[in-house]
Design a binder for this molecule. Structure first.
Ligand code: IVH
Length: 671
């Protein structure tokens, strides 16, 4: 066992350092493969020696059990919100007011981008991340510690190479999703038939409010830290100093912050950020201007819900007015019909917009949108433009109402509304729109990963009748591909090669690739691990599916119905005949972290009965025993221990307190 502890510590240090370089400094120092290898080594060692697991181990980011509900926490200092300044004039008024209130003292301002995400609080005790919460109503929020731990740019422990560590530190910041990742996430959701997020903020909020941390872990969340709560054991004089110091502890701070010495510099920053807005990888809806000096902040004080020393400088919302020329319906991979407004092209914040989504029939009815209407259209960053509101005053009486057609615009198949949902769907399983979408999903990177098989090629393959379902891909030859427009010999060969090398795949990828409605990557993984083989999944009963942790009744029936459908079973068979080889997951050991360990309890326990404690040990694979021998691994000592305690001392058996036992179990359970 000698050296194990040292190796564990070394691995933890290397991994935390790599993590910091990658996620906070944006400067990777080791390859992903190397990182994974070291992480696996650490996981294996910690599995064998759970007593060496620490709260800040990189293995602790993942694997916490789903919660029943979130606990409520009270913020030690309320998390305030901000008043808004709607334009330059209002920003100038704010600054004048500050100057008056500080009776001419020299005052400077910190200017920061206002990211449109979710405000959270991170609490560190002696440098260890112990709790995290949402802002909630500002007074109380929800305890989302386990979810925040999954975010790689949230430090699990503070770096201590340059500065002393505060005994207590609360740092607040914004959790967000970058625009590109948001679009990717929505694309994946569209492909797996899950409802789309309206904007990156909703996506971040939805991801943080998951009771199952493994879902949060699968979302590309990031954090920028920007304000201080309680701090004991270190002191800051100003906001700017705070923002310059905390990266040394490992916190991520937005590089686009500025210290402005006067009103003109603040306005210059406001203008610059409004210009930069579209080039930033994340959504901002304005800037935040804060009085720099903490003693000035104190003098200015707060109102009920917002400070007098800070304000949000909002950007002009990017709405434009235009006319709806027509409404069309487009068909997605799962057959869902989305109505789209065709607009008289209009420039919104530098981008020409000519289409905007109307989401579904309910939205059309609720907003009473008609063809010919003049409407407000909103564009938020890279997000799909949206019709916000009809200007009814401009109606002439010639506007026409719109209903999603009863026949599919692509194949003429019957369209029906799904019960209990807002979506209309084409019912024809052979609808080319569905086939094309289904193939695109099947070939996509995270599914079968057929490189080079893009939308254009798929369209042609389907239109020319070369491919009628996903399985046909595996029966294509080079001559078929060469029939496509402007297809060179080399490219055709590349596609054939890519199709061939996609044949070797994992069960999880295969399940995901099938495109079962409501089954995203996460569910596909759950299914693969639970059933271990395609055969077992195909034969699963509805009850069996519903019993799987993390799978709700809707998803369960979606899976069940998929494998009831003859054509789906045929396609699956055909894929295998076409040469697809599915690697089944290695049998996951059921969690038996205490396997082989013998526990003896003596004395009265305070948190549970002895029977309960023994049951707990049994559940985790350990061996509860009533007598101490040399073979005993741990003797857990409660109040007024008896002779077993003396015996343990004599034999030199490891003795731990109830508290130590509980934290050992806690660590194991949260794995
Ligand atoms: S400071 C009193 N700084 O804006 C301090 N907030 O309307 C209040 N936000 O709930 C927060 N970027 O979600 C601050 N650089 C930044 C911010 C920021 C975004 C959000 C945050 C807050 C809301 C206030």
């Amino acid at each position: 066992m000698s050296g194990v502890k040292e190796r564990i510590e070394e691995l933890r240090r290397i991994l935390n350092e790599a993590n910091y370089n990658y996620y906070v400094l944006d400067n990777p120092t080791i390859s992903d493969a190397e990182y994974d290898r070291l992480l696996r080594e650490l996981q294996e060692l910690e599995e064998k020696y759970p007593e060496y697991i620490t709260l800040d181990s990189p293995t602790q980011r993942i694997g916490a059990k789903p919660l029943e509900e979130f606990k409520t926490v009270t913020h030690r200092i309320p998390m305030l919100s901000l008043d808004n300044a709607m334009d330059e004039n209002e920003i100038r008024e704010f600054i004048e007011r500050i100057k008056r209130n500080l009776s001419g003292e020299d005052v400077s301002f910190v200017c920061e981008p206002k990211i449109d995400g979710v405000a959270v609080e991170l609490v560190y005790e002696n440098g260890i991340f112990v709790a995290g919460s949402t802002r909630g109503d500002g007074i109380t929020g929800e305890d989302i510690t386990q979810n925040l731990k999954t975010i790689k740019s949230v430090p699990l422990s503070l770096r201590s190479d340059e500065l002393p560590i505060p005994t207590l530190l609360e740092v607040r910041g914004e959790v967000y999703i970058e625009k590109e990742n948001f679009n990717k996430l929505n694309k994946e959701r569209e492909q797996s038939g899950e409802p789309l997020f309206a904007n990156p903020r909703n996506a971040a909020a939805g991801s943080l409010r998951q009771l199952d941390p493994s879902i949060t872990a699968s979302r590309p969340l990031k954090i920028y830290c920007y304000s201080l709560g309680v701090c004991e054991g270190y002191s800051f004089q100003s906001q700017y100093e705070f923002l310059k110091i905390i990266p040394k502890w490992g916190f991520r701070v937005n590089p686009n912050i500025t210290l402005a010495k006067n009103e003109d510099e603040v306005i210059a920053y406001y203008q610059k950020m409004e210009q930069l807005r579209d080039t930033l990888p994340y959504e901002i809806d304005g800037i935040v201007i804060k009085v720099n000096s903490f003693s000035h902040q104190e003098k200015l004080g707060i109102k009920t819900r917002s400070p007098r020393w800070a304000i949000a400088g909002k950007f002009k919302p990017r709405y434009e007015v235009t006319q709806i020329i027509d409404i069309e319906s487009s068909v997605g991979r799962t057959g869902i019909i989305t109505p789209v407004a065709i607009l008289k092209p209009v420039n919104i914040g530098g981008v020409i917009v000519s289409r905007a989504t109307l989401h579904n029939q309910d939205e059309i009815d609720r907003k009473d949108v008609r063809i010919g209407d003049w409407v407000f259209v909103k564009r938020a960053g890279d997000v799909i433009p949206e019709v916000v509101k009809v200007i009814k005053e401009r109606r002439t009486g010639n506007e026409k109402t719109y209903n999603i057609p009863g026949r599919c615009p692509v194949c003429g198949g019957i369209v029906r509304r799904i019960e209990g949902e807002a979506a209309h769907k084409c019912q024809n399983i052979n609808c080319p729109a569905k086939i094309k979408g289904g193939i695109e999903h099947f070939a996509s990177k995270r599914a079968m990963n057929i490189e080079g098989l893009g939308t254009k090629i798929i369209e042609q393959l389907v239109d020319k009748g070369l491919v009628k379902d996903i399985a046909d891909l595996y029966f294509l030859n080079k001559e078929d591909i060469l029939k496509l427009d402007r297809m060179a010999d080399k490219s055709a060969q590349n596609i054939i090669d890519a199709i061939k090398s996609s044949k070797e795949t994992t069960l999880a990828r295969f399940i995901y690739a099938l495109g079962i409605p409501n089954v995203g990557e996460h569910t596909a993984n759950l299914l693969a691990n639970h059933f271990g083989s395609l055969e077992k999944l195909k034969n699963a009963t509805l009850e069996e599916l519903e019993k799987i942790e993390g799978i709700g009744p809707l998803v369960a029936s979606s899976i069940y119905n998929f494998f009831k459908e003859k054509s789906n079973l045929e396609t699956t068979e055909k894929l295998i005949k076409g040469g697809v080889k599915i690697k089944e997951p290695e049998k996951e050991e059921t969690a038996k972290p205490l396997a082989g360990e013998t526990f003896v309890f003596t004395g009265a326990l305070s948190s549970m009965t002895r029977e309960e404690a023994q049951e707990l040990v049994r559940k985790l694979g350990g061996n509860p025993s009533n007598s101490v021998s040399k073979k005993t691994d741990y003797v857990v000592v409660g109040e007024n221990p008896g002779s077993k305690y003396t015996k343990a001392l004599q034999l030199g058996v490891k003795i731990i307190s109830e508290q130590e036992f509980l934290s050992l179990i806690d660590k194991l359970k949260s794995k």
